[in-house]
Design a protein around this ligand. Structure first.
Ligand code: FAD
Length: 485
């Protein structure tokens, strides 16, 4: 521990952000990181508390107190080595992780937690700037072939780990570019995409072969892949969106959030409008936009709609408004339910809680959505410990809407092609059944990781699952594994 009294002397300092009016003019990242000296001071706030609850809070078990200390002492290179020991892609998590580690930080009991996420980002950004991040090709090849289906964070982490112990890895991706939701879900203003491209370059140098534009089970027979590989890892995500089948759902102007977000990310990649949108652009400019769903996907829709020049943006949440602050003595070190305002929400959106949509209302021709009929709801305990929703009588009202984005979560992997052909067993939630010890599906030599196994989750969980599945695959192929679990 570098500075024993750091946490007493130094306040938490967040990275600054570009002013709203300025950042709304583009789709690029807008966080202005602290300089190395201020970052070192933030590292000095770590108490080295003895039992680092931040480890337990972090799904990839980042060794946080050690790199906090190294940043304080100015040994950024060693800090990067320790960071990479548990996380293949800290530049992803350093930008978009909600940071459950900070909720679990011991300092968070009585004070503001250490800025763990900003320090993580600073370490890896410096690593790239200094040229410290290099390919780590395996010294020997094993002669074993592994196919990975899906190139999101789970597939990438799994592929990198397996390539580094000498297996021949091929990653199939149905989209035209690599990265999964990192590429086509998460907007550029949260994470610019060169961050993915340089990792792909690194992995190619480590021997990984990428095959974008190949949908396994549709363009490529899955039986051929099973027959020609020693193991197959499914990391194809949980892409099936939850729908809202109420009257008026077939009106124009109602879209799943991902259709809207993917188009914008493609435009940011430089695709022309026809390629980006498949000839039917979904654009928010000048429109009254209503986002149904109060989570992260909904928040990304808000940021995108505002950048496209929406006339207004409203976000609807069916649940109760959370408390302004958590009761730390009850919630720490766990992730607390509390009111959160994302940078996109801060940029401008009306937020409504306890509202449900009863119908979409069309224009006179009955073709285009023009309004939503809503009602207020109340959540009550049904005396068997389950919360049930009740409509509040007389609470109906309409709001204007020219563009409605459905962001109500995802119900599991898409069955068509891959899952149906393989006849894989599903769990009670509809995800592909496998435990988090060996990640084996119901089929011999087929493993599954990431959202496809655990349901829609977080990038940091996908990285963890990819790494742990890699260890299980390696042990299956070689009888034992030196990869971390
Ligand atoms: P995915 O990233 O979904 O990747 C799966 C890949 O498999 C996709 O590229 C898909 O095209 C491909 N695929 C599917 N079927 C086939 C097939 N048959 N053949 C070939 N390829 C196939 N998490 C955070 O931590 N922070 C955030 O800020 C955040 N924001 C989000 C915003 C949005 C809009 C969404 C939707 C999610 C967000 N998440 C966020 C969640 C996070 O992105 C996911 O949990 C994570 O990407 C899951 O990784 P994965 O590798 O399991 O799957």
């Amino acid at each position: 521990m570098g500075k024993a009294t750091g946490f007493l002397e130094i306040d938490r300092q967040e990275a600054a952000a570009a002013p709203v009016a300025e950042r709304l003019r583009h789709f690029d990242e807008f966080i202005l990181p602290l300089d190395a000296q201020d970052m070192a001071a933030q590292g000095a706030r770590c108490m080295d508390c003895g039992i680092p609850f931040c480890h337990q809070g972090c799904p990839v078990d980042n060794i946080i107190p050690d790199w906090n200390d190294l940043v304080y002492r100015g040994d950024w290179h060693r800090a990067l080595e320790i960071l990479h020991a548990t996380n293949n892609f800290p530049e992803f998590t350093g930008r978009i992780c909600p940071a459950p580690c900070e909720a679990a930080c011991t300092l968070n009991i009585t004070d503001d937690p250490v800025t763990i996420k900003s320090i993580e980002r600073a370490i890896i950004d410096r690593g790239w700037q200094e040229g410290w991040v290099k390919p780590q090709p395996a010294a020997h090849k094993t002669g074993k072939r592994v196919a990975i289906i899906g190139s999101g964070p789970a597939g990438l982490a799994c592929g990198q780990q397996l390539a580094r112990v000498g297996h021949s890895i091929i990653i199939y991706e149905k989209a035209d570019r690599i990265g999964g939701l990192l590429r086509y879900g998460i907007p550029n203003f949260k994470m610019e995409k060169p961050a993915i491209d340089r990792r792909v370059e690194q992995m190619v140098a480590e021997g990984v072969e990428f095959k974008p534009g190949h949908e396994v089970g549709i363009d490529l027979p899955v039986a051929d892949i099973l027959a020609t590989h020693d193991a197959v890892v499914l990391a194809a995500g949980a892409e099936k969106p939850r729908d809202l089948p109420i009257p008026g759902r077939d009106l124009s102007g109602i879209h799943f959030a991902m259709d809207f977000l993917t188009q914008q990310n493609k435009r940011c990649e430089g695709d022309d409008e026809a390629t980006a949108s498949g000839n039917a652009p979904i654009l928010a400019q000048g429109k009254h936009v209503v986002v149904i769903g109060g989570g992260d996907t909904g928040s990304d829709c808000i940021g995108t709609a505002n950048r496209q020049g929406a006339a207004s943006v409203t976000q609807l949440e069916i649940l109760d408004r959370p408390p302004e602050k958590e009761n730390k003595s009850l919630t720490w070190p766990h992730w607390p339910l509390k009111m959160r305002t994302s940078s996109s929400q801060e940029e401008g959106a009306e937020r409504e809680w306890n509202v449900a949509t009863s119908r979409f209302i069309g224009d006179e021709g009955g073709r285009q959505v023009r309004a939503l009929q809503l009602h207020r709801v109340r959540w009550q305990d049904n005396s068997q410990g389950r919360m049930t929703m009740k409509e509040i009588t007389g609470s109906r009202f309409d709001i204007a809407a020219d563009l409605v984005l459905l962001a109500m979560g995802f119900t599991g992997p898409i069955g068509k092609g891959l899952v149906e052909t393989l006849g894989l067993e599903r769990d009670s939630q509809g995800n592909i059944a496998a435990n988090d010890q060996d990640y084996r599906s119901s089929l011999d030599h087929v493993f599954v990781a990431g959202d496809m196994r655990r349901g829609q989750s977080l990038v940091v969980w996908a990285i963890r699952e990819g790494r742990q599945a890699a260890r299980s695959v390696d042990a299956y192929l070689m009888g034992e594994s030196t990869l971390p679990g």
